[in-house]
Design a protein around this ligand. Structure first.
Ligand code: NDP
Length: 388
């Protein structure tokens, strides 16, 4: 039987058609035709097409990010201006009063798209029949606390969340993890939800991505949507690899705009520190964390995942690796991905059109390996929480 006649359970990766000519979008059209078969088989995409209410569960609704997030979801910014949503906000018992206040404000907004609002401190009720889960709630690092302790403490929360999602959420539920350390938290949740596909668990590196895009746009005085094909690789930590090797600005490769000679210095001495230290800088200037931009990134990440990445760009998402780029299968690793029909595919080497000197590829390999080592070490810390 030809591939077109098969019922597809997941999007066809573009690597499967790498022998197809990519010129004039021929390969993309072929993939679109194949992936269109997914539309009927994916219940979430079907719900969105039919404009049935989509149930979005959010943890940490009374926190800083949650407060910036819930109103935007209710306003249609997650799934579109004509898509009804049900919000189910889950909090810890001590934060329920604050959450009640948020719920009162949500009611006062009379959002036409908000068809139902539940608030609860019982995760079983909160995640029941969830189509989308946004896991924002997470313990902050206390004074003198080691990163390993934070990973362990939050790990237990995400272990329980994974188990609850497995029991009560929809099998097609898409989960975005924001609470840090988000890669490892997503890994734990995915491993504790054996009946939900692992590829339905992702972690957010979109804020780092958008920060970099914003910085490049400002630097070159170009509109943001002219900056394409930027990527964050690896862990959402200081080790992450912000990759501008394929970035084009108004169609021109970034290294040509910056100048070959200055490219390495610009990337190492200006670009990476700017992206990495942006969060700390905002806390220093504003006096509190970058909650609104984190909420925006959570919306952008999940919206693109469910509704598709704007062509011709890609986005950065930490996903459960299938072994792409030599990353051990099963680690939650940030890659450049393209989303379509409610699924995603990791961008392959041959789709990264700009060619560079050998040192760049060696450096990229080095950084990917660094991230792998860091994530393996984090995985070791929480190994007792990983049943599989
Ligand atoms: P925030 O809402 O500010 O942050 C929540 C999580 O998002 C933290 O892990 C934080 O990591 C992470 N984060 C990711 N990107 C950013 C960013 N750019 N800026 C800030 N944070 C970012 O935390 P709050 O303390 O205000 O609120 C947390 C809420 O979660 C509380 O209301 C608490 O009760 C709730 N909670 C709920 C749980 C549950 O329902 N299962 C479990 C635990 C807590 P980092 O700290 O590293 O910045």
């Amino acid at each position: 039987m030809s591939k077109v006649g098969k019922v597809l359970r997941r999007p066809v990766p573009s690597s499967a058609y790498s022998w197809y000519p990519s010129a004039f979008g021929i390969r993309q059209r072929q993939l679109d035709t194949l992936n269109a078969k997914l539309v009927n088989s994916d219940p979430l995409v079907k719900k969105i097409r039919n404009k049935q209410p989509v149930r979005v569960a959010v943890t940490g609704g009374a926190g800083a990010i949650g407060y910036a997030l819930l109103f935007r979801i209710a306003n249609g910014e997650l799934l579109g201006p004509d898509q009804p949503v049900e919000i189910s906000a889950v909090e810890l018992p001590f934060a329920m009063n604050a959450l009640r206040g948020v719920a009162m404000e949500l009611e006062d907004c009379a959002f036409p798209l908000l068809s139902k609002l539940n608030i609860t401190d019982d995760p079983e009720k909160g995640f029941e029949a969830a189509d989308i889960a946004l896991l924002v709630g997470s313990k902050p690092r206390g004074p003198g606390m080691e990163r390993a302790d934070l990973i362990r403490e939050n790990g237990v929360i995400f272990q329980k969340t994974g188990q609850t999602l497995n029991r009560v959420a929809e099998r097609h539920c898409r989960t975005t993890v924001v609470g840090n350390p988000c890669n490892t938290n997503a890994l734990i949740a995915a491993n504790n939800a054996p009946d939900i596909p692992a590829r339905n668990f992702t972690a957010m590196t979109r804020l780092d991505h958008d920060r970099a895009v914003g910085f490049l746009a400002k630097k070159t005085m170009m509109p943001v949507n002219e900056v394409n094909h930027f990527a964050i690789w690896g862990n959402h930590s200081a080790t992450m690899f912000p990759d501008i090797s394929n970035t084009t600005i108004h169609g021109v490769p970034a290294h040509e705009l910056v100048g070959e000679f200055r490219f390495q210095r610009f990337w190492q001495n200006e670009f990476i520190p700017k992206v990495q230290q942006r969060g700390a800088k905002i806390i220093q200037v504003r006096g509190s964390s970058s909650a609104a931009s984190a909420a925006n990134a959570c919306i952008a990440h999940t919206r693109d995942w469910c509704l598709g990445t704007p062509i011709p760009d890609w986005q950065s998402m930490a996903v459960i690796s299938d072994g792409e780029y030599g990353v051990p299968a099963g680690l939650c690793f940030s890659y450049p991905v393209r989303c379509q029909n409610g699924g995603y595919t990791v961008v392959t080497d041959d789709e990264q059109p700009v060619t560079h000197a050998k040192w760049w590829y060696q450096m990229k390999e080095y950084h990917i390996e660094n991230n792998v080592q860091e994530l393996l070490a984090e995985r070791d810390v929480v190994s007792s929480l990983l049943p599989n």
